[in-house]
Write a protein that binds this ligand. Sequence first.
Ligand code: ZN
Length: 170
Amino acid sequence: MLVMTPEAKAMLRKERRRERDAMRGKLGEGRHRALVDRLAQVIRTEREAGRIAVPFNLEGPLRHAIRAKLCREGWRWSDADAMARDLLDATFNRLGAHRPPWNEGQPEWLIEAGTLIQRDRCARRGCGKPLPEGHRKFCGKLCRDAHHTSLERLMSADEDAALDMAVGRE
Ligand SMILES: [Zn+2]
């Protein structure tokens, strides 16, 4: 087993911080902050509206939306993905959201705890149809895709506005 001295650990931490700062630098400090603000706001809004139960419910679609946006700006996929993860980590930190331990993420845990909250209506805004057998969130592919596209649109539209504010444009 690899045992590291405290000095080596400190060096590694410093190196990771340097890499992270370099990556954030590529995005720009102002834009990083504006994006985290915006992401936190999107998650809060969706949560208050009851469309998600925990902040992490949006992690997948948001990571996809940010990554897609950065890729369209010419970022390499792996850099865009790492940046998306970094932004979401910062957002969850901001929201004070802590990941549940593995066992709490399993269906048995919820059932045992008697807290299984089952959605019975489609989650897409404006649909709300009863969910067909075997569907847990959306009534069909159409609603699922529309939901994810609208998240992506929300992100890009509002990010431009947030970016304008961050750099002092009108
Ligand atoms: Zn639907």
